[in-house]
Design a protein around this ligand. Structure first.
Ligand code: NOJ
Length: 508
């Protein structure tokens, strides 16, 4: 293992020195990353592990749905083998180590630990897999940051309506208790839930993501509500029963693109942009990070009013009890945020393709991207680095600096290949905006995780787009991994704590 890391590091170094001699007059970022800044890379179980039925694993909704609907993904693919991290996890650890980062954010497949979803049967082989992986990471001096729920709900729960059913809060707590008990000696940083908004909007409010519930304006809010309560329940479980002896931290990760008014001088566009940030991010962040707790008042008012106009007897947005509000408030040790892109907002009461009710209709905002922002693969991912700084400032303005922010994902997709100059620029430019957010806007950002460690299964897009720092050859049975230029560049940033914009330049 040691030898493999040394070889990989040598390979990365030799490659960069031979092919990319440092230019005499390199342009550097004005600021450097603080000494204790947490640099890491991220992945998620379903996207890399494969081994879908290996070692006693149960099915998640993504397994079941893709087996029944092979054409759901862009390339008719599924997660059966993915990057085969179930078998290749030692290589993954070597890759993380070669980047010089000290943190690796990954998720546990709930179905690998509890094949039926419920805690009356624990799968020993699944437990052994994660224990070996965590030990391997710790041996390499890498701290695991472990997400409990990253989109892959055990299939049996769909018969109960998945996260629209309040009983999921109990089952999530049962699962978390097992996981804290079995791994808490090795894992000290826990991420409860990844991107509740994306999960609920796409999987419950539309047919874009599994479980394809497609019950807009209702199931998406129920899902959000119970995920938040699940988060809070698990936070307090850890806080009360595990933290005292395990001494770890636990937090929630939200997602947000930055919503920029299309015309900054047009008040309705400015209001539209704010509405989007409050509904897409505030809906989850306000109950947890604001002083008063609960859903943002403006969001509550808008959905209540529209619900009544639409003939509902009560708001489509569920209501927290006073006790729930109290328990949710402050229930996260960090502010986890995933950020990729930005969009331009203008006010627009209705569009032909918006169902009524729906989150789109509740928002009443037309979204588009600026044609000058490049899109390299995923159609939703337009590159606009200043949006990152603006988002971090928005978070700071709304929720203060007391709770440190960790960027748990940031990255971009292309169509593959190891000479990924666009990704090199993306990371350089987004990281520069992060430095500006820290040093010029006073944002308390303490960590950054690049998405993703390697090419993986990108949900609806299958393997057609790539996010990795490492290329994975999905045609080879070995799923061989090769560092891309972005890996070399990221390693240099981590090593020097500074961005050298000329370190890897596209040949003229
Ligand atoms: C965020 C999600 O957490 C991750 O699973 C996904 O691959 C990336 N966005 C890119 O779409």
């Amino acid at each position: 293992m040691r030898n493999s890391v040394i070889m990989l590091v040598c390979l990365l170094t030799t490659f960069s020195v031979l092919h990319f001699p440092q230019l005499a007059a390199s342009r550097y970022s004005n600021y450097t990353f603080p000494d204790n800044f947490m640099f890491g890379v991220a992945s998620a179980a379903f996207q890399i592990e494969g081994g879908w039925n290996a070692g006693g694993r149960g099915e998640s909704v993504w397994d079941t749905y893709l087996h029944e609907h092979p054409d759901f993904t862009a390339d008719n693919s599924n997660g059966d083998i993915a990057a085969d991290s179930y078998n290749k996890y030692k290589q993954d650890v070597i890759m993380v180590e070669s980047l010089g980062v000290k943190y690796y954010r990954l998720s546990i497949s709930w179905s690998r630990i509890l094949p039926r979803g419920t805690d009356n049967y624990v799968n020993k082989e699944g437990v052994n897999y994660y224990r070996s992986l965590f030990k391997e990471l710790l041996k390499a001096n890498i701290t695991p940051v472990v997400t409990l729920f990253h989109f892959d709900l055990p299939t049996p729960f769909m018969d109960l309506g998945g996260w629209t059913n309040p009983v999921m809060v109990d089952y999530f707590e049962d699962y978390a208790r097992i996981v804290f008990t079995l791994f808490g000696d090795l894992v000290k940083l826990w991420n409860t839930i990844n991107e509740p908004h994306v999960y609920c909007l796409h999987g419950y409010g539309s047919d874009y993501f599994v479980p394809v519930l497609n019950f807009p304006g209702i199931a998406d809010y129920l899902c959000s509500h119970y995920l938040l309560l699940g988060h809070s329940r698990v936070y307090h479980l850890y806080d009360k029963h595990f933290r005292p002896h395990q001494k770890g931290k636990i937090f929630l990760t939200c997602e947000a693109f930055y919503a920029e008014p299309k015309d900054k001088n047009n008040i309705t566009d400015v209001e539209a942009a704010e509405r989007v940030l409050q509904l897409r991010l505030g809906l989850y962040a306000h109950p947890v990070f604001s002083e008063n707790g609960d859903y943002p008042e403006t969001v509550r008012k808008r959905i209540n009013e529209l619900s009544i106009i639409q003939g509902y007897k009560r708001s489509r947005l569920p209501v927290f009890t006073q006790e729930e509000i109290k328990l949710l408030k402050g229930s996260s040790d960090f502010f986890g945020i995933n950020h990729y892109t930005s969009a331009l907002m203008s006010s627009c009461p209705m569009q032909e393709n918006w169902p009524v009710p729906s989150i789109d209709h509740d928002l009443g905002v037309f979204m588009e991207t600026d044609p000058s922002w490049p899109i390299y693969a995923s159609d939703w991912l337009a590159v606009y680095p200043p949006g990152f700084r603006k988002l971090l400032s928005w978070i700071t303005k709304n929720y203060g600096t007391k709770i440190p922010i960790i960027v748990t994902e940031n990255g971009m997709s292309d169509y593959g290949g190891i000479n990924d100059y666009n990704r090199v620029s993306y990371f350089n430019e987004y990281l520069e905006q992060l430095l500006l957010a820290i040093y010029e806007d006073g944002c308390n950002v303490i960590g950054y995780f690049a998405w993703s460690l390697m090419d993986d299964f990108e949900w609806r897009d299958g393997y057609s787009v790539k996010f990795g720092l490492f290329h994975v050859d999905f045609d080879s049975p070995e799923r061989s991994r090769t560092p891309k230029l972005s890996a070399i560049n990221f390693r240099e940033i981590v090593r020097t704590k500074r961005i050298n914009f000329d370190y890897l330049k596209r040949p003229e």
